[in-house]
Write a protein that binds this ligand. Structure first.
Ligand SMILES: Nc1ncnc2c1ncn2[C@@H]1O[C@H](COP(=O)(O)OP(=O)(O)OP(=O)(O)O)[C@@H](O)[C@H]1O
Ligand SMILES: [Mg+2]
Length: 267
């Protein structure tokens, strides 16, 4: 069954997306690492993220930012409390269910790209679709659309070693989006880039958000957060020290490149 939403032109579809939809809900989440410090990496975090929000997560080194993203992505499990992503209790999934959940719903952009250097741009972008057993023709169409969107079409046969840092990070964004995740998580995605390349990547993320993509971005850069995010959550010693809304989230339906239902990716 095709559960995708349409292009968002009908007022009914638009109403669906403008209604507040909870994407992520953390309730009293604590995370203690075995063998780590006795102080909790996250120490009673409760927060809700709505669909379509562009949230920056800030805070000093060691305050729990990456831990928060990893728990939401199901890369790690909470020691206490509950992490729901679109209503799914991530901490209760089996390893197999978690892997499927991540492939279908989460796009993760890492600080240092994590591209495979012996694969071309196109093949790097296709990996998650292959892992999710997406039909190869469908995957190629999506990869082509993403490369066009992200200004990578002319680079598709190159290997990452021949790309600039900004181009590599755009490949990483395309790879994170190919399975059309509901949620895009980015942990310091432009930390390794110069300011111009960083700005370009941020502009791309903003365009995605304007079309309805929910984004959670870890950054050390307060100016960047203020310029691009609609909300800034500040962590301190594993707790939420501040949570400020800067501007309204875009009231638009996701366009076809980001049809956000994961159903079609299942084999
Ligand atoms: N795998 C781990 N094992 C043990 N302790 C860990 C592990 N991962 C994180 N921690 C600890 O949890 C705390 C929070 O770490 P986290 O990586 O979430 O911080 P951060 O805010 O992302 O910092 P940074 O800005 O430096 O990336 C730190 O004290 C860290 O040492
Ligand atoms: Mg970190």
């Amino acid at each position: 069954m095709d559960r995708r939403l349409g292009r968002g032109n009908s007022s009914r579809t638009k109403e669906r997306w403008t209604a507040m939809t909870v994407m992520v809900e953390l309730t009293e989440v604590r995370k203690l690492y075995n063998g780590g410090s006795p102080q909790a990496a996250l120490d009673g975090v409760s927060l809700t993220i709505q669909q379509g929000e562009f949230t920056a997560v800030m805070g000093p080194s060691g305050s729990g930012k990456s831990t928060l993203l990893n728990l939401i992505a199901g890369l790690d499990r909470p020691s206490q409390g509950r992490v729901l992503v679109e209503g799914v209790d991530v901490g209760r999934l089996s390893e197999t269910e978690l892997a499927r959940f991540r492939r279908a719903r989460i796009g993760f952009i890492f600080q240092f790209f994590n591209l495979l250097n012996n694969l071309t741009v196109l093949d790097n972008i296709l990996i998650p679709a292959q892992l999710a057993a997406v039909n190869s023709g469908v995957a190629l169409d999506r990869a082509t659309a993403l490369m066009n969107e992200l200004g990578l079409a002319e680079k598709q046969k190159l290997f990452p070693g021949r790309l600039s840092g900004g181009e590599r990070q755009r490949v990483a964004i395309a790879r994170a989006l190919i399975n059309r995740p509901l949620l895009l998580l980015a942990d310091e995605p432009i930390g390794a880039l110069d300011s111009r390349a960083g700005d370009q990547v941020m502009e791309r993320l903003t365009e995605l958000n304007l079309r309805g993509q929910t984004i959670l971005l870890v950054t050390h850069d307060a100016k960047l957060a203020a310029a691009y995010a609609s909300r800034v959550i500040t962590l301190s010693d594993g707790r939420v020290a501040d949570d400020s809304r800067l501007k309204a989230s875009p009231e638009v339906a996701p366009s076809d490149i980001l049809q956000l239902r994961p159903g079609e990716t299942a084999p």
